[in-house]
Ligand binder design. Structure first.
Ligand SMILES: Nc1nc2c(ncn2[C@@H]2O[C@H](COP(=O)(O)OP(=O)(O)OP(=O)(O)O)[C@@H](O)[C@H]2O)c(=O)[nH]1
Length: 619
């Protein structure tokens, strides 16, 4: 589906032409009728000879209403540039042409209107003038048709030309729906209605939607296109959406209707800027300008990257700081105007909707801009991830545009990118293969350093390890698991170690360790307490972690062979004589009640035995 927009100087016959073509008067407002001037946007639709229906947006030509004009042309696929044959090229003819050029609306036709008012000679002069005017713009070579809305002359040709230029819709049904709102009103008995051009994706009756930047949620209660009730709508269509759960006063022109959670309003964007060629002054760093995109507008401060000015007709990269949050996607077009004198100075393309602040002279940033502007999607993904580090998949899609979802998933599938699922919200973290390699190397170095600093510890506690990972906190668990799974680190329960590391008593403590082991083994089932043999607690724990001692409580450590022997004896006795009491176990092991009690409790903890009243039974 296509949306056609009018453009052209005030009073040159745009609204009259739309009415002559469609039978619908686009001037809706009382004031517009009284003053015979379009103030706000008007809407109509037309069936082309091929049978296709197209929407028409009629815009005001008066320079005072340029903001409304910009809200109207923000979503169009093709333009009719209207120039009155009696007056010829006028200031807003030029400004509107410059805007179409900046928005790269190359599907266009020029309608020389009011030809009933001029003679052939004059007409050919104006025709030549217009022909020259289009040169060097995206409209160069566009058909020029002479029409009269009064006599009907040329209208048939105009419609045929429109039919022939409207091929290959650039809009995708697959994308995420986004509807820049151009009107909000109430209909008695129905409530809130918003209208706009759906720029991608589709909307379905009953669906939940979000209004940005406010984040208000609503439900689609009704859909209309060209006054027909419909149950779903695809991209490139004018649509009226009846919403429940949201008040008219909560919404305004410039807001955007989207599916919840898919877009985030932004006040800083990276852009490619082109300056209008017949400007008096260059665009300069730190200029305060007005930014228009879709139906949105905001004040903007321009930070030029790598340059101080953009000369008329030239281009450059910039970061815009906006006073109001906007909802934009990469590839969106925008216009920049100066407030006084009121003039369109340039426009361009959004490259990155959620950038960081840049150093103006950073060559890496200029390189990134170049790639975001003209690079392949693979290069864009790799550059963004290399510069900004790992990113949740949804943020990456938001940064590069949902149209690239399949490409990005393809890069994950062929391991160019690593994706780690957090397990909840189906949220996953995406990073380059290089970044993943650097995590692997980084943790290995980190763990070896830890092992040499703490030679008596079996590993780094998992909590501590997770905090060191260079990824957002909610993904640290998932990353930890992948590192274990890929055999980069070793899982030790509550801690982790390097895979090639084994806990060993360092040489300088060997003598001490041997003495401790000897004393405890010599004690058999009644070993001395650590205090009695003046044993270092950390060293004891290391001997436990190495499997040489078993710690049954803070004061009782058994030698492993003694412990295993005692466990065997108790289990054999249970098998032979049934559940065992503390007293029977004491006699069996020939030790005191203190040791037996601690041992049996430990065995319960280890799920070897279970306590049942005064007895222990096997688990
Ligand atoms: N003779 C003649 N008059 C025309 C023709 N088309 C429009 N007009 C007249 O020109 C005047 C302006 O026409 P509009 O259609 O309102 O002009 P517009 O471009 O829509 O004006 P804005 O929307 O305010 O910019 C009206 O009085 C029309 O009747 C035409 O083909 N021939």
């Amino acid at each position: 589906m296509f949306v056609i927009g009018t453009a052209g100087h005030v009073d040159h016959g745009k609204s009259t032409l739309v009415k002559a073509l469609t039978g619908i008067d686009p001037d809706r407002l009382q004031e517009e009728k009284a003053r015979e001037m379009t103030i706000d946007l008007g809407f109509a639709w037309l069936k082309l000879p091929s049978g296709r229906e197209v929407s028409i947006v009629d815009v005001p030509g008066h320079e005072r209403f340029i903001k409304n004009m910009l809200a109207g042309v923000g979503g169009i696929d093709a333009a009719i540039l209207v120039i009155a044959a009696d007056e010829g090229v006028m200031p807003q003819t030029k400004e509107h042409l410059a805007i179409l050029d900046l928005l790269e609306i190359s599907k266009a036709v020029v309608a020389l209107t009011k030809v009933d008012l001029v003679d052939e000679e004059w007409l050919s002069l104006v025709y030549e003038d217009v022909f020259q005017l289009l040169k060097g713009t995206v409209l160069e070579g566009s058909p020029i048709v002479c029409v009269s809305s009064r006599t009907g002359k040329g209208l048939g040709d105009l419609v045929k030309i429109l039919d022939s230029i409207l091929v290959d819709s650039p809009r995708s049904v697959k994308g995420v729906p986004r509807l820049p709102i151009d009107r909000v009103f109430t209909i008695k008995g129905f409530g809130t209605v918003v209208t706009g051009t759906l720029i991608e994706g589709s909307l379905i009756l009953g669906q939940e939607v979000e209004i940005l930047p406010t984040g208000k949620r609503a439900r689609i209660r009704g859909l209309q296109s060209h006054k027909n009730q419909i149950s779903s709508v695809g991209p490139g269509r004018r649509v009226a959406v009846n919403l429940s759960g949201v008040d008219v006063s909560d919404i305004q022109r410039g807001d955007v209707l989207v599916t919840p959670g898919k877009f985030r309003p932004t006040k800083r964007i990276d852009v490619y800027v082109r300056a209008v060629s017949d400007l008096d002054d260059p665009i300069t760093h730190a200029d305060k300008l007005e930014f228009f995109s879709g139906t949105t507008q905001s004040q903007a401060i321009l930070s030029l990257l790598g340059i101080d000015t953009i000369d008329p007709g030239s281009s450059g990269y910039a970061q815009l700081r906006l006073s109001d949050p906007v909802v934009v996607s990469p590839g969106d077009y925008f216009i920049l105007r100066k407030a006084s004198p009121s003039v369109t100075v340039g426009g361009g393309i959004v490259l990155s909707p959620y950038p960081r602040r840049h150093k103006r002279s950073d060559s890496a940033i200029l390189q990134l801009m170049n790639i975001l502007h003209r690079g392949s999607i693979n290069d864009k993904v790799v550059s963004i991830l290399s510069l900004y580090g790992p990113m949740p998949l949804n943020d990456l899609l938001m940064s590069l545009g949902y149209a690239h979802e399949d490409d990005i998933r393809g890069m994950i599938a062929n391991s160019q990118l690593i994706s780690i699922s957090s397990g909840y919200n189906s949220d996953s973290l995406v990073m380059t293969r290089e970044f993943w390699d650097s995590i692997e190397q980084g943790v290995t170095i980190e763990l070896h350093e830890y092992h040499s600093n703490f030679p008596l510890r079996k590993g780094m506690p998992k909590e501590e390890f997770r905090k060191k990972l260079p990824v957002p906190l909610r993904f640290t668990s998932a990353v930890l698991h992948k590192l274990i799974e890929d055999n980069i680190i070793k899982d030790l329960g509550d801690s982790v170690s390097a895979t090639d590391w084994r806990l060993e008593v360092p040489a300088y403590l060997k003598y001490k360790a041997d003495r401790i082991l000897e004393s405890i083994r010599a004690g058999g089932s009644s070993p001395p307490s650590p205090t009695e043999i003046d044993a270092d607690r950390e060293l004891l724990q290391a001997l436990v972690d190495m499997g040489k001692l078993v710690k049954v409580d803070d004061d009782i450590y058994f030698s492993i062979d003694v412990y295993e022997d005692m466990v065997d004896k108790i289990l054999a006795d249970i098998d032979k004589s049934g559940p065992i009491t503390v007293a029977r176990a004491r006699d069996l092991l020939g030790t005191s009640r203190k040791y037996v009690l601690a041992l049996l409790e430990y065995m319960d903890e280890q799920r070897i035995t279970r306590r049942s009243g005064d007895y222990r039974v096997r688990r």
